[in-house]
Design a protein around this ligand. Structure first.
Ligand code: GRF
Length: 200
């Protein structure tokens, strides 16, 4: 980044605790002048979720998505904040096509498994790790992928592998994968933002 290039304006959509959001904020802040993106908006379908509390604690605009299926309303919210790029971080609602179309190539998600395995509708949270263990997998990990209007089916951008240890529970595996997400997602977003800022 040069001093004359404004950071890409990033919105994070979340439904949960917001640990990925915090990892993104911390990583971008640690990059200092090199950061290619800044989080300008955090939006959630759950007014009481940790992600919105973390946004406020970091002095970032926090918004509640009242009707997650209302695509034009969500697109308006993102437009109002002049959002260039959208990162889903534990966002559990389907993102309407109005939004995935308008931000095509600029809307991404993190999934707690190595896609294309263990993804799709209903594959979130504990269920993913249960399925990985039940399948006898020796390796799991985190995937960052484009969002294209289906659950977990967009092009894969980056992956980080973690071992599945003998005796792992869904909880112990989830914790190891989450640490990988915290490493992978912010770095992938920085790379994407560099690409976006050089192409505009
Ligand atoms: C992460 O495992 C993410 O992959 C999944 O939900 C979890 C979100 O955690 N979709 P957090 O809200 O970022 O702490």
């Amino acid at each position: 980044m040069t001093a004359t290039t404004a950071p890409v304006r990033l919105a994070v959509l979340a439904s949960g605790g917001g640990s990925n959001l915090q990892a993104i904020i911390d990583h971008l802040e640690a990059l200092g002048d090199e950061r290619a993106a800044e989080v300008v908006l955090v939006a959630s379908d759950r007014a009481d979720c940790g992600a919105l509390a973390k946004a406020r604690a970091n002095h970032i605009t926090a918004a509640v998505i009242e009707k997650p299926a209302d695509g034009p309303a969500l697109a308006r919210l993102l437009d109002m904040h002049r959002v260039d790029c959208v990162a889903l971080a534990g966002y559990l609602k389907f993102v309407p096509t109005e939004v995935t179309s308008q931000w095509r190539g600029r809307i991404v998600n993190v999934h707690p498994a190595l896609l294309p395995k263990f993804g799709g509708a209903g594959m979130y949270g504990r269920r993913v790790h249960e399925a990985v263990i039940a399948a006898g997998e020796r390796v799991s990990g985190a995937t960052v992928h484009h969002v294209d209007g289906e659950f977990d089916s967009g092009a894969i951008i980056s992956q980080q592998r973690v071992p599945v240890e003998p005796g792992d529970t869904p909880e112990s595996l989830a914790a190891r994968v989450l640490a990988a997400e915290h490493h992978l997602y912010p770095r992938t977003l920085q790379v994407l933002a560099v690409r976006l800022s050089t192409s505009r």
